[in-house]
Design a protein around this ligand. Structure first.
Ligand code: PTJ
Length: 250
């Protein structure tokens, strides 16, 4: 594949495209993952490709929820592996949380390849290879999960989700933290805490907040969560986008 010159104005964006495409050829990213990535890129463009004040607040609240959790789990799919495997492993270690592979387009081959890649990147334990439980109310393979992982988790971080599972996880009484650049998606609207930010910025930022909040007592952490209003944040993110677009008009 063509080498991307470092001084290209779209260097980071092009590098991520290259990564996604390479991981698709390796059989880790599903081919529709390329489409999902393109949708994400478009929303990131509208946001100015930076972490907004609302996203920063969501990342702080997510860190508080993960620190308060008894059984936190980070859900991993193909795109997440390509874009932020190392960062997810590092975050899981510092919370600490479990990592579980959960795929929409599930095949044994993809699960094996993603497991291998996570181990190569430093993960010790990876759940989701052998599934022994089902999330009720989902008809497709995303329902398949591990009893010791997602099934018994109290807080789940779901980056780049496809919709149905967030509601099903909430129906099970779990707290769901979503990372989704599209503030209009079903996932964004259903999650308890939605981080409208690119996963490549969001995961390291949550980790930054984990370190900042780690010494805080539980009461203070709970206050951060009680203050959070997800609907208000989504509304304000949409206002941010429209005001930004208006300001760019000539
Ligand atoms: O690996 P699998 O089989 O589990 O499949 C993964 C995909 C992503 C293909 C699957 O979950 C899917 O089809 O997802 P959707 O419905 O396209 O939703 C993905 C959401 O993630 C969209 O709302 C995108 O805007 C958003 N998104 C894409 N790239 C990023 C992103 N959000 C944050 N950071 C990104 N880099």
């Amino acid at each position: 594949m063509t080498e991307i010159p470092k001084d290209h104005p779209r260097y980071l964006s092009l590098t991520l495209r290259k990564k996604i495409s390479e991981y698709m050829k390796k059989g880790i990213v599903h081919e529709t993952g390329l489409i999902a990535h393109g949708r994400g890129e478009a929303f990131d463009y509208l946001l100015g490709e930076t972490t907004t004040q609302h996203a920063e607040e969501a990342e702080k609240t997510a860190a508080a929820a993960l620190l308060l959790a008894k059984k936190p789990v980070i859900s991993i799919n193909g795109n997440v592996t390509a874009l932020a495997a190392k960062e997810c492993i590092s975050l899981a270690n510092c919370i600490p949380a479990k990592l579980e592979i959960n795929l929409f387009h599930r095949t044994n081959s993809r699960v094996k390849k993603i497991t291998k890649e996570l181990h190569r990147m430093g993960a010790k334990e990876v759940y989701g290879q052998k599934t022994d439980a089902k999330i009720p109310g989902i008809q497709h393979d995303r329902a398949l999960c591990s009893k010791k992982g997602i099934f018994s988790a109290d807080v789940i971080l779901v980056p780049l989700e496809d919709g149905d599972r967030t509601q099903a996880l909430k129906n099970m009484g779990k707290k769901v933290i979503a990372i989704d650049l599209n503030p209009l998606s079903r996932t964004a609207k259903t999650a308890d805490i939605t981080i409208v930010d690119n996963i490549i910025r969001a995961i390291p930022n949550i980790e930054k907040w984990i370190y900042k909040l780690k010494k805080m007592d539980k009461k203070e952490l709970k206050k951060i969560i009680q203050k959070w209003d997800n609907k208000k944040m989504l509304r304000e993110t949409l206002i941010f986008i429209s005001e930004r677009l208006n300001s760019l008009r000539e």
